[in-house]
Design a protein around this ligand. Structure first.
Ligand SMILES: Nc1ncnc2c1ncn2[C@@H]1O[C@H](COP(=O)(O)OP(=O)(O)OP(=O)(O)O)[C@@H](O)[C@H]1O
Ligand SMILES: [Mg+2]
Ligand SMILES: [Zn+2]
Length: 262
């Protein structure tokens, strides 16, 4: 099977898997449990903190045939269909490359049709701050009179660029930067599951260099464990890790790549 980057392989699949965002996940889980789910959400926060992952979990949770305390089961035909992409009722739109008013107009038209298989259609609009003024207005109309069977999750790293008229029609959730301690725990868990032999201080170094982003931490771990010409190198802390990273694929973001080796 083709190699899959660790950060993709380890995308959280339930609300309980999402690290460091309990203020978001517990609230949404309760809404799902009580069958009181809002029609539009705005997920704000810096990169790699779990916005897209949570939006995808949400899309399964509200459509799951056998939800587990607000979490999706990830086993029923609906969950599986959404996970493998064979159910087309969940749409992800990258607003940065579909920023025009026509994109939102066609979305509006499409949203009018009921879902083919699932109970709810879900539109996940990533980088929503990148929409043009016209597109924002078209989206506003849609959020004002949403069809019953449609839910929206808007995500952004730049909340201040989202018009107040949009955010006031959404339930807003602010994703926090993940603490180094939480990142370390997750790295350790993943290393154990992957059979990666990692020293604690090496993982702590990556966790603090990631600056609150779990994706950055996992992207940084990846080259550290890739095979080298002299065989796979166990994660050694300090100078070893720095030297090895410079010889292989520096991620360019963590301080072992930025500081001189030695
Ligand atoms: N809170 C988290 N708990 C566990 N893993 C996480 C978390 N946040 C991010 N990750 C890891 O990082 C990857 C990317 O996360 P995700 O796409 O959800 O981030 P995002 O907030 O949408 O980032 P961006 O703003 O760049 O779109 C996930 O597949 C997962 O491996
Ligand atoms: Mg995202
Ligand atoms: Zn399910």
């Amino acid at each position: 099977m083709a190699y899959q980057a660790l950060y993709r392989k380890w995308r959280p699949l339930t609300f309980d898997d999402v690290v460091g965002q309990r203020h978001v996940t517990e609230t949404i889980k309760n809404e799902v449990k009580n069958n009181a789910v809002g029609h539009a959400f705005l997920f704000c926060g810096s990169r790699g903190t779990g916005k897209t992952s949570t939006a995808r979990i949400f899309s399964r949770a509200i459509n799951c045939e056998n939800p587990q305390g607000g979490n999706p089961c990830n086993k029923c035909p609906t969950c599986r269909g959404i996970l493998d992409g064979s159910i087309m009722d969940i749409t992800e739109i990258d607003a940065a490359s579909n920023s025009g008013v026509d994109n939102i107009r066609s979305l509006r038209e499409e949203a009018g049709y009921t879902a083919a298989i699932t109970k709810y259609k879900v539109y996940i609009i990533d980088e929503v701050h990148a929409l043009s003024a016209g597109a924002f207005n078209a989206l506003l109309k849609l959020l004002e009179e949403p069809p019953e069977h449609v839910k929206f999750v808007l995500a952004t790293t730049e909340a201040h660029k989202v018009m107040d008229t949009i955010s006031s029609r959404c339930q807003r959730f602010d994703f926090k930067r993940i603490t180094a301690e939480d990142i370390y725990d997750r790295l350790e868990y993943i290393c154990r599951a992957e059979g990666i032999d990692a020293e604690e201080r090496a993982l702590r170094m990556i966790a603090s260099a990631a600056d609150g982003s779990m994706r950055d931490a996992l992207s940084c771990l990846d080259p550290c464990v890739a095979a080298t010409p002299w065989g796979p190198l166990p994660l050694a802390g300090g100078p070893w890790l720095r030297l090895w990273k410079r010889l292989s694929r520096p991620c360019g973001i963590c301080w072992c790549c930025v500081l001189p080796a030695g």
